[in-house]
Design a protein around this ligand. Sequence first.
Ligand code: GCO
Ligand code: MG
Length: 401
Amino acid sequence: MKIVDAKVFVCCPGRNFVTLKIVTDEGIYGLGDGTLNGRELAVASYLSDHIVPCLIGRDPFQTEDIWQYLYRGAYWRKGPVTMTAIAAVDVALWDIKAKALSTPLYNLLGGKSRTGVMVYGHANGKTIAETIDEVGRHVECRYLAVRAQCGIPGLGGTYGVAAGREPYEPAQKGLPSEQAWSSEKYLQFIPTLFAELRKSHGDDVHLLHDVHHRLTPIQAARLGKALEPFHLFWMEDPVAAELQEGFRIIRQHTTTPVAVGEIFDTVWDARTLIAEQLIDYLRMSLRGGGLTPLKKIAAFAEMHHVHTGCHGATDLSPITMGAALHFDIAVPNFGIQEYMPHANVTLDVFPHGYRFADGYLYPADTPGHGVDFNETLAAKFPYERAYLPVSRKLDGTLWNW
Ligand code: GCO
Ligand code: MG
C-alpha cells in the first residue's frame, strides 16, 4: 500500500479546525486532526508546505518510521506547531492501518482493557449557585465526574466561565480579549466553592478543578491543602510547568492529586514530573505527536503510578476525541477522559461513531478510529480568525491565562 495524496482542510463549523486526509492507492483514507487553538494556519502551512510532499509514495503501515522521519528528520524538534502537525499525520496513518486490517483502532493498541471510558464534563457558573446547578445538571445526565469552575467575585470574566448563556468556548473571534486576574481573590474564594458543592451534591460525584496555570508553587500548595477536605479527583495545571522541579513544593505540602500536561508536546516536558512522581495524572492527548509517542509516554507513566487523563476540550476536533477513546479503552493506566461536547454544527462536519451513556464514552466499533469528515459541508464554513484571551493582574502585569 502506498500514500498517493494528502490534503489539508481548514474550516470553522462553530470554531476552527485543521484536518488532514491521507489517501492510499487502495482507496483507503485516514484522517488526522491538526488543530492548534489560535495558531491553526501555522500548522496547516507546516503540513501542506513541508510534510505532505514527503509523504507521497510511502507505506502508510510504517507509522514508527514515518514518525521518526518527521521528528528526527526535520532536525528542528519539538514545539507545538511541529508536534501538532506530526500528530495529524500519525493519527491518520493509524486510522488507515486499522481500516486496512478491518478492525477498530483499539485492537491495534492492546485491545479493550475496560468496558467504557469514564469522562468528566464541565460545570461553568458565574456564581456558586450557578455552578451548583450546573454540577446538578451533569449528575442528572449520569456523569460520574464533573469539573467545576466559577466566576471570582471582584473579577470580570475568568477562565471557564461563559460570557452569556451559550456553552463555554474559550477562543473568541477577532484579536485576543483581556481578562483581569487576582491570585489572592481566587485563593480566598475557591475553597468556599468546593465546600458548597460537597454540601449540595454529597461525596460520591468526582469533582475536578482547573487552575489553568495561574498560581506559583507555594500558592498551589496552599490551595491543594485547603481543598483536601473536599477530596478532589484532581487539581489541574496548578502552575505553569516549564519548571518541572517547581512541583516538588506542591507535592511536599498536599495530598490533593495533581494533573498536568494539556500543552505538553513531548515526554521531555513531563520526564521529571513522572520520574519523581510529582503528578498523578498526565493530561497529554494525541496533539503532542499522535498515538506513536503517547503509547510510549503512557508506558513510562505506568511504571511511576501516573495515570492518563487526556485533554478533551472543544479545540481538539472530534477526530482527536474519537481516536483518544481507542487509546483510553486500551491503555492499562487509564484515569479519566475530559469530555467537552462539540456543537452540533461541528458534529455534522465530523460524523462519528463514539457515544456517551451513564458517565462513560464508548469508542466506535467500526474499522479505524471511527470519525469521518464531510468535505462538502466543511467548505461552507471558512476559517475565521479567533484567539484565546490573555490575562493581566490588577496592576496591568501580563499573567498566565
Ligand atoms: C481544559 C483546557 C482548555 C484550554 C483550551 C485552550 O482543561 O479543557 O484548559 O479549556 O483552555 O484547550 O485551547
Ligand atoms: Mg485545562
